[in-house]
Design a protein around this ligand. Structure first.
Ligand code: SAM
Length: 455
């Protein structure tokens, strides 16, 4: 077993790397999380970051302990692998990657297929700058190419219809329709990114496939970070494309500014910067492991190799897979069915272009969450693993949904499996030690809480 690295620089904690804009990212709390983990497991053995998301906790603590990250999503595995095991990439090698993307035959071919829409979108944005937003709104409200495979021109057809038909024709002619090389373009072009940005994201993902596993993860992760910075939505998540009109059907006043700001960003320029950031990261100690698995399968399969669990499951009815489905599809590069919704009595494609098979977490459903927590504590106890669990209590009007399980429910379950359960607030100077009878924290300490379960 590798012991704790007491010489690792403390300033690495709390200003850790943020690969994407992410809800509930724990970057700002990693020092407190480390203290809690060392408290429940002073051995310094392998830590499993069980719902790893961006990998912020694993990455920050990877200087001190061996790390395994587990998350059910592939994009999380890719991000974690890139932050824990960065490949040696010099500035010259990074420039070479970017040049390769630009001059690659496949890039040129996809650009040619999409040229009608790329040019049309540019014209729409230019027209909107002079006050004519009609064409831009039509483009923003249209479905992505993946939902228009059987598109037939009807009369009267708009300029957008002609450009779409020609792009579809070229994709079919070149054999790129249904190809992994055009996944981002077909599913998210025009919707979350400009058509040109989507093509360039496909191009960088395509180059990644030809690299060794370690470099591939970094090249893909840099594409995810770039997508997170490019995306043309409110809040930089992927839950909902930009809505050009308000509820009364009037075009929103800030629309043109936001569209121009996001959709004119240069994909390759950003990508090069992100590659540099990933290349500058330090490797985690020992042998980091990054696993795409359900939490319970991971404990059952790898339990004996772990020394302590850090668990940060979702707590609201907002499934992470809804907010980050674009990143998942970028990693899988498959052809998922797009979910449909009922509108005026018939099924139509939903605005978000979500994957039908996107993951539905038991932790986000009121009826299943208590059992999911029960399974987590029970399985961890079977392998004699102490746990640190993150919880962020809900405040009225804090902009988040109420939690599907309460703090007291969680503590009650934890107490059934662990000898001692303590709760401490992360920000507070005061540490509130709670037991079965005292489950109340002071209001000002509610921002973020750690539940420590001792063997
Ligand atoms: C609150 S986020 C974790 C954030 C992370 N600590 C960070 O700082 O980036 C919760 C994560 O749990 C994952 N998740 C949800 N249900 C899961 C399950 N059954 N098994 C494994 N991971 C799951 C989601 O994909 C999401 O990435």
């Amino acid at each position: 077993m590798i012991s704790t690295n007491s010489n690792a620089p403390d300033d690495a904690l709390n200003k850790a790397f943020r690969p994407i804009y992410y809800l509930g990212c724990k970057t700002s709390f990693t020092a407190a999380i480390k203290t809690a983990i060392d408290d429940v497991d002073p051995s310094g053995g392998r830590l499993v970051d069980l719902f790893s998301g961006t990998g912020s906790v694993g990455a920050a603590l990877g200087a001190y302990r061996e790390i395994t990250t587990v998350d059910v999503q592939e994009y999380s595995r890719v991000l974690c692998a890139a932050v824990l095991s960065p490949p040696p990439l010099s500035q010259a090698a990074i420039k070479e990657v970017v040049t390769h993307v630009l001059h690659n035959e496949i890039t040129k071919l996809i650009l040619w297929c999409l040229q009608p829409l790329i040019e049309y979108e540019r014209e729409c944005i230019e027209a909107s700058l002079t006050g004519n937003t009609e064409a831009l709104v039509e483009l923003l409200e249209s479905h992505p190419l993946a939902a228009r495979a059987t598109f037939v021109l009807t009369s009267p057809a708009s300029c957008l219809d002609y450009a779409t038909c020609e792009a579809l024709r070229r994709l079919h002619e070149t054999g790129l329709w249904q190809s992994a090389e055009t996944t981002v373009t077909r599913y998210f072009g025009g919707l979350y990114f400009s058509y040109e940005q989507a093509v360039m994201l496909d191009a960088v993902l395509s180059i990644a496939e030809y690299s060794d596993e370690q470099t591939k993860n970094t090249l893909k992760a840099a594409a995810l970070s770039t997508a997170s910075q490019l995306v043309n939505t409110v809040g930089k998540q992927f839950a909902q494309p930009i809505q050009p009109r308000n509820k009364s059907g009037i075009v929103k006043s800030g629309l043109v500014k936001v569209v121009q700001r996001d959709r004119t960003q240069d994909t390759l320029e950003l990508y090069q910067v992100w590659l540099g950031k990933y290349a500058a990261l330090s490797s985690a100690i020992g042998k980091p492991q990054t696993i795409r698995h359900d939490y319970l399968d991971a404990i059952t399969q790898y339990g004996p190799t772990f020394s302590v669990i850090y668990a940060d499951p979702p707590y609201t009815r907002d499934h992470y897979s809804r907010y980050y489905h674009v990143l998942e599809t970028m990693c899988l590069r498959d052809n998922p069915s797009i979910s449909q919704v009922m509108k005026h009595g018939s099924l139509v494609f939903g605005r978000g272009a979500y994957r039908v098979d996107r993951h539905q977490s038991d932790f986000c459903i009121r009826s299943t969450a208590p059992t999911a927590f029960e399974s987590l504590f029970k399985a961890a106890r079977e392998y004699d693993l102490p746990i640190v669990l993150s919880y962020s209590p809900h405040e009225a009007d804090d902009g988040t949904h109420p939690r599907v399980v309460s703090m007291s429910q969680i503590i009650e379950i934890a107490n059934q499996h662990y000898k001692r359960v303590e709760v401490c607030s992360v920000e507070g100077v005061t540490h509130n030690m709670l037991n079965r009878s005292g489950l109340k924290l002071k209001k000002r300490d509610h921002a973020e809480v750690l539940v420590k379960c001792f063997r």
